[in-house]
Every structure is written in C-alpha cells, then in structure tokens.
Design a binder for this molecule. Structure first.
Ligand SMILES: CSCC[C@H](NC(C)=O)C(=O)O
Ligand SMILES: [Zn+2]
Ligand SMILES: [Zn+2]
Length: 419
C-alpha cells in the first residue's frame, strides 16, 4: 500500500516500506545520512534539503559561515513580511556512536515490531527537522498561508559547540536581516505523558586549573608539590558538587537545570613514576543556572585556587555569561500562542531550564526569545546514548503538534514595537 495523505513525492524517490507513513519513511531516509562527527557528511544533508525545498517550492538560501560549514534557510514568506518572523531551527549534525553497544546499525534507521526507530539523531534532533518540514508540507497542502514569515534553519556543528554554526551566524548581518521575533529549537524527550519545554539554559563553563609545584625525586618529601595543590582544588570543587547534588535531591521542585553541576573530566601531568611533576592540570565541566550570580561564582573559584597554594591559575575553554531567559508568562504573546495551542491539544507542559547547552543560547544572547521543544513524550531521554530511538507514533504525533503550533506563532498579532 502506498502512502496517502501527503501525496507522492514525499520520499523523493527514496525508500517507501510497505504501509509506512511517508513522513516516517522520510525521517528514516534522513537518519541514514552520516552527518556524524568528527567528519559529518554535510553535503548529503545539503542535497537532502535541496530536494525538500524543491518539493515544498520554497527558496533555500545557503550561507557558508566557515569553509564547509553551511547554514541553509528555507523561507516561507508571510502575507505581512514586515512583521517579525518565526524561526524553526534544527541542527543537522549528530554525535558519534559506539557501534558495538548498539542493537542495530546506528545509521540504518531500523524499525522494530513496536515501531521504535533506532538511529543516531532519532531524538537529537533529526526528528524535529522532519517534523517541521512535514508540518509545513501539510499546511501548504491545505492552502494555509502564514501571516508572519517562517524560516526553517538548518545549522551545522551544534554538537561541537556551534562556533562554526549558530554562534558566529547570529552576529552576521544575514542573520539580522531575517528579522526574527521568536524561535523554536530542540528540547528533550520526557518519559511521562507530559512534554518538557525549555525557556533557558545553564551556562557552560569549561575550566582548567593549572597547579605548578616544586619538582624533585619521587623518593622524597618535596614541599609545595603540584599534586598537593591539585588535591586542594579537586576537594573544593567536589565538595561544592556534593552540596549541589544534595540541594537537587532534597528539593522536590528542582530539576537538574536549577542547580550547578560540577564534574571533574580531565587530569594531566607527570612524565615518569619517579619524577615529581612541575605542573599538573585539572579540568572541570561546570553548568551554572541563570539564577546564579556569575561574578560571585568566579570570585569563589578564585578563592579556591588561592587557598590551594602559590601560583595556582585557571583558564576557560568555554565561559558563557549570557543569562537571558525566555518569558513563559501568559501575558507574553509568543508564549501565549505556543502554550495555548498545546493546551488545545490537551498537552501537559513542564517548564524547565535546559541542563546542557544548545544553539538556543546564542539566539537568546542576541535578545530573541527561544523555546527548546522536541515533541517527544512517553519516551526515555536517549540523546547521545547507545540505542537512541524514537517511536514512529510519537514522531507522527509531533508533526500534528507543529501543525498547530506553527500557525499559532505565525498568527501572533502585531506587537507594539511592530506597529
Ligand atoms: C558547550 S558546547 C557543547 C554543547 C553540548 N550540547 C549538548 C546538547 O549536549 C553540551 O552541552 O555539552
Ligand atoms: Zn541537539
Ligand atoms: Zn546533542
């Protein structure tokens, strides 16, 4: 049986397993593209998007932010293009896999008897890309037209920090010309009936503390060693970690996004068993909620380093300082449009701070409200994990969800600053 409601062409000549919804087939085709780090096949993604743009009869603009790093923007112009536009953002890259731990080939998009589709990117976030596309396809098919312009943006390199993607692009004139008023980007699955929405993110700080010390023979009690300082630093950070963990575990209303996490992730130093090293480095991944005073927090780090001993210094590989959050007040027109359409579909929303970092942080940093949302309820959180999967029914429901949310956002009445 061939698919029905989306009509022919959805699969673009790709696989159409018997009886399968064409949106699911398209999703599985996209999952098979190896846009995986460290060498993502971005050309395959660009060819795929070219094909989609042709099918949807929408212009596709490509901006090469760095060599080989292209941002594609598919635009559906609104009937009132002077109003601020809506951004539907998704990244095209995925994180690597440990294939030996997967039940199926991570790039075969295998579907089991329950309809679970296994593939890297099935949750993070190729599902959302295809859901945006299929929602737009359905809206076009039924003759609906947006008032505000819609931009579907497909960005590279989110999984490696976004420098050659969104971080740089938001500072370019081409981005500002898009005149974006509100953005949707990725969220996380929710194992319950509810859907999680993210209105802010914790700031990632990746810090290395350098502990210099007196070298010497490994058989002696040398004073002022690098290791003693490193132990002091390690204890200060990890004691704080315990306190934050306790705060999370004892406060019922807290989620991970509400506390600071600290993880010691690297230790470097030493050349031989019997040579006391002249320096040791210790690195931490810190994630800091938007409610924390960042200046005060850095003063605390400085103090820990001072207490650890002479000449202990630190530097940052990542130090995000922007603490903008997106309004989820019912009086906010964007949030109101988003949440009201979810309510109409009887969806329960759980508002949270995203525990890790997505491209939304760059969007919010330039003053644009952004909500992180991947419509996946009744689904375990498996992003970056082995055997990442998404059930086809949950995936299909997500298309219908966007079919309601997109018109609601595109129809938000002119705001006072747009009049
Ligand atoms: C700080 S750039 C790295 C971005 C990555 N994002 C996710 C979602 O895993 C992270 O939070 O580690
Ligand atoms: Zn992601
Ligand atoms: Zn990811």
């Amino acid at each position: 049986m061939l698919p029905d409601k989306d009509g022919p062409g959805v699969g673009g000549g790709q696989s159409f397993p018997e009886g399968e919804d064409p949106s699911v087939s398209l999703f599985r085709d996209y999952l098979r593209l190896r846009t995986v780090h460290p060498e993502p096949d971005y050309d395959a993604a660009l060819r795929f998007l070219d094909r989609i743009a042709e099918e949807l009869e929408l212009p596709l603009k490509k901006i090469e932010v760095f060599p080989g790093r292209v941002i594609s923007i598919m635009t559906w112009e609104g009937t009132n293009p002077t109003l601020k536009s809506i951004l539907l953002n998704s990244h095209t890259d995925v994180v690597p896999v440990y294939q030996e731990h997967w039940k199926y080939d991570a790039f075969s998009a295998f579907k089991d008897a329950e309809g679970n589709i296994y593939a890297r990117g099935s949750q993070d976030m190729k599902c959302v890309t295809i859901q945006y596309i299929q929602a737009v396809r359905r809206l076009k098919a039924r003759g609906w037209k947006p008032t505000r312009t819609l931009h579907l943006m497909f960005v590279p390199d989110e999984e490696v920090g976004g420098y050659k993607g969104m971080e740089t692009f938001v500072k370019q004139p081409e981005f500002h010309k898009l005149n974006i008023g509100f953005a949707l980007d990725e969220g996380l699955a929710n194992p319950t009936d509810a859907f999680t929405v993210f209105y802010g993110e914790r700031n990632p700080w990746w810090i290395t503390v350098h502990c210099p010390g007196s070298p010497g023979h490994g058989s002696r009690f040398v004073e002022n060693t690098a290791a003693e300082k490193l132990r002091h630093v390690m204890n200060s950070f990890l004691d704080f970690r315990e306190k934050e963990k306790h705060r999370l575990n004892t406060s019922e209303c807290f989620t991970l996004g509400d506390v600071t996490t600290v993880n010691m992730t690297m230790v470097k130093g030493g050349v031989a068993y019997n040579v006391i090293p002249a320096e040791m480095d210790i690195s931490f991944d810190l994630r800091i909620p938007p409610t924390v005073n960042l200046q005060e927090f850095e003063r605390q780090i400085k103090q820990w380093c001072k207490e650890a001993g002479e000449d202990v210094t630190y530097d940052f590989a990542q130090k995000h300082m922007n603490q903008n959050i997106t309004s989820t007040d019912e009086s906010d027109p964007w949030w109101n449009a988003f949440s009201a359409s979810c309510k109409e579909m009887s969806m329960t929303l759980k508002k949270e701070i995203f525990p890790a970092a997505t491209d939304s942080r760059f969007i919010r940093a330039v003053g644009i409200p952004a909500i992180g949302f991947s419509p996946m309820n009744r689904t375990p959180i498996l992003l970056h994990d082995h055997n990442e999967y998404l059930n086809e029914q949950v995936f299909l429901k997500g298309i219908s969800v966007y079919e309601r949310i997109i018109p609601a956002l595109a129809s938000v009445a002119a705001l006072p600053n747009e009049a």
